[in-house]
Design a protein around this ligand. Structure first.
Ligand SMILES: [Zn+2]
Length: 166
């Protein structure tokens, strides 16, 4: 009996059990996620959440979700250690700012695309009147240029226009 119980305790304990100075049972809930060679993972999670809370959270989850939960807790704990006030909220809000900035840039780029398309369409529509101002001087305000377009020409080109403006 003594021999077998000694054998059970022989394998090196997981990082959690080592830190908590307890025997690492074969069905230890921490062992699969906190290997002995990564002691810092459990150290920060224990510091921020507490070992018994981590234990409780893992017990409540189906096994196939535990790995993700542990990565999430380790990430959150490390963020909280780095930034005790905001934790990972600091990272989230800085990413949110980046998203807002990029969305504004995207909106500007899309507006520019629409602007350039309008300009291209209006210079194609004016194809028959090269004596008008050059496309570069006129192109800045295609709507404006079109509204001041010679009315006779506009009437002549009415059916051509239809094909260009779906
Ligand atoms: Zn263990």
């Amino acid at each position: 009996m003594k021999e077998s119980s000694r054998k059970q305790g022989a394998p090196s304990p997981c990082a959690a059990c080592k830190l908590l100075r307890r025997r690492c049972a074969e069905d230890c809930v921490f062992a699969p996620y906190f290997p002995a060679d990564e002691p810092h993972k459990f150290a920060s999670v224990h510091k921020v959440f507490g070992a018994s809370n981590v234990n409780k959270m893992l017990q409540e989850l189906p096994e196939h979700h535990r790995g993700d939960a542990v990565s999430s807790m380790v990430y959150e704990a490390n963020a909280r250690v780095r930034d005790p006030v905001y934790g990972c909220v600091g990272a989230i809000s800085s990413l949110q700012q980046q998203i807002d900035m990029l969305q504004a840039q995207l909106a500007l780029a899309q507006a520019e695309v629409v602007h350039l398309r309008m300009r291209q369409l209006s210079s194609t529509a004016n194809y028959n009147t090269p004596e008008n101002a050059s496309p570069s001087s006129r192109g800045r305000q295609p709507h404006h240029a079109k509204s001041h377009f010679n009315m006779d020409m506009a009437m002549e080109e009415a059916n051509v226009d239809d094909s260009f403006w779906p």
